[in-house]
Every structure is written in structure tokens, then in C-alpha cells.
Design a protein around this ligand. Structure first.
Ligand code: DGL
Length: 277
């Protein structure tokens, strides 16, 4: 892929469709910027893969986004943020290009979660990879030492969504099962983080199985606001981002398949291109 110096989009990366729920909110908040979305659908889901594999796949995709002109890449995927972000920031970026930036979605979410909880008991629903990394436990503790955090891994949710089976009766079985498990761990939970960017697609179903008093925290608007603040605080990065309002989509799998499902995540018709890794 040729680097086009005039076009410096903000890269938004996910294992598949989930990052579109984040991109949608970012574009709503900052429509003037250019964006380049990359979904690694050919290798999704990442949620049950090892640290090494998620790191390797994520780094490969980040390198592609850099080669396509991105100066700033958002890992709009909790699993990649949990398993790859720190190594990429600390070890790879200095070697690749220390002026480029890669940001994740876990820290900005952890920074606000304490604002919503009265009981100081919060739940996190996420992929097995995000849960086992304990990134949410660590980041939330740093921001709110008094919060008690309970996690539940939901291994079936992303595969159901990636396969467009989220509305089938089978999906309800798995959604209810994981929510019941979480609430049984601590019935006083009053705030639940959707710690996977795919989950907004089943938000209504999740709500229907959660006790009514629980505040459900979805990441899109949080990440959009946090990115906006970041660009205000970092004019040297902001100045490098092109602003012509273009959004381009790439998938490592079949564009026709991507486009068919992507609309429900992004809320608009999408025409993607194939990217060969
Ligand atoms: N959207 C990814 C996340 O936020 C899903 C990971 C997966 O591919 O399983 O964790």
C-alpha cells in the first residue's frame, strides 16, 4: 500500500466489526477528521487467543495502518488493548517511529467508571482474553482504589455477533448465562462495563437480562470524548491528522461479507476494500 502524504487518517483497528461501534461515535464527535478503519475479520475472534498471537496480529495491523499514512492508531478492541497495547507502546513504537502514537480503550473507560457507581461494586463483561489479562482490574484500581471489580468472561458473545447469530434464540441462552454469573458474584453491582466493542450490538438483550437498577456503560461515547481531549492536549499529533471528513474501511476478509454485516454496527451502509496482510 502506497503512503499518501496528503492523507493522514486516524487509524481505528479491531479484530472485526466491534471497533465500528467506537468509530461511529468518534466520527459523530469529530466529523472533520479523516479515518481509516481496519477489521481483521479473517482472524477474528481474538478473544480466546494467546497473548503472543493477539500481540503479533495487532502489531501487524498497526504497521499496515502506519504504512497507509496513519500517525495515530486507536486499538478499538479491548482484547488488543489488554494484550498488545503496552508492548507496542513501550517496545515497538520507539523502534518503528517514536513520533507515532497508539492508544487503547481500556484506560479511558476505567477513568470514568467510578463516576457511575454508588455501591462501589462494578462489573465488567468482556472476552476471556481481556478478563484473564486483568487489565480492567489494574486500571480501575489505579483510578478508583475503593472500587470492587467483578469480571465475567463471555467466550460465546463475539462468535455469535461475528456470525450474525445475535438475534437467534441460542444467543439468549449464552447472554443470560453470563449475566446471571456476574450478578451471582456480587448482587450489589450497580454499574456494568461493556468491556468489548462488539457488545453494543447486543446492548438491548444485555439490558433485558440485567436488573433494572444497573447502569450499563458502553464505550463509544467515552472513547470519542477521550480522543477529542487527547488531541486538544497534543497539538503536535493533532496537527499531523488530515481533516477532510473522509472515512475508509478495510477488512482482511471478504469485503462483501463485511459490508453486509457492518451496517448494523456502524449505522450506515459501508463499502469496504480488502487488505492483504
Ligand atoms: N471487539 C473486541 C474487543 O473489544 C473483540 C475481541 C474478539 O475478537 O474476540 O475485545
Amino acid at each position: 500500500m502506497q503512503k499518501n502524504n496528503l492523507n493522514k487518517p486516524i487509524g481505528v483497528f479491531d479484530s472485526g466489526f466491534g471497533g465500528l461501534t467506537i468509530l461511529k461515535e468518534i466520527v459523530k464527535e469529530m466529523p472533520e477528521y479523516d479515518y481509516l478503519y481496519l477489521g481483521d475479520n479473517a482472524r477474528a475472534p481474538y478473544g480466546s487467543r494467546s497473548f503472543e498471537t493477539v500481540y503479533e496480529y495487532t502489531l501487524e495491523c498497526v504497521r499496515h495502518l502506519f504504512s497507509m499514512g496513519c500517525e495515530l492508531v486507536i486499538l478499538a478492541c479491548n482484547t488488543a488493548s489488554a494484550k498488545a497495547l503496552r508492548t507496542i507502546q513501550q517496545r515497538d513504537l520507539p523502534a518503528i517511529d517514536s513520533t507515532k502514537r497508539v492508544l487503547g480503550v481500556i484506560r479511558p473507560t476505567a477513568e470514568v467508571v467510578g463516576n457511575y457507581s454508588k455501591t462501589r461494586n462494578v462489573g465488567v463483561l468482556a472476552t476471556p482474553g481481556t478478563v484473564s489479562s486483568e487489565s480492567y482490574l489494574v486500571e480501575i484500581k489505579k483510578c478508583y482504589p475503593d472500587l470492587l471489580v467483578y469480571q465475567e468472561a463471555c467466550p460465546m458473545w463475539v462468535p455469535l455477533i461475528e456470525n450474525n447469530e445475535q438475534y437467534s434464540p441460542g444467543a439468549d441462552y449464552f447472554i443470560k448465562k453470563n449475566i446471571d454469573n456476574l450478578i451471582n458474584k456480587q448482587p450489589n453491582i450497580d454499574t456494568v462495563v461493556l468491556g468489548c466493542t462488539h457488545y453494543p450490538l447486543i446492548e438491548e438483550k444485555i439490558k433485558s437480562y440485567l436488573p433494572k437498577n444497573i447502569h450499563l456503560l458502553s464505550q463509544g461515547a467515552i472513547i470519542a470524548k477521550s480522543l477529542k481531549d487527547y488531541l486538544i492536549r497534543h497539538p503536535e499529533i493533532d496537527g499531523k491528522c488530515s481533516k477532510t471528513g473522509r472515512v475508509n474501511f478495510f477488512t482482511t476478509d471478504l469485503p462483501e461479507t463485511f459490508d453486509k454485516a457492518a451496517g448494523s454496527f456502524y449505522g450506515k451502509v459501508i463499502f469496504s476494500k480488502h487488505l492483504n496482510l
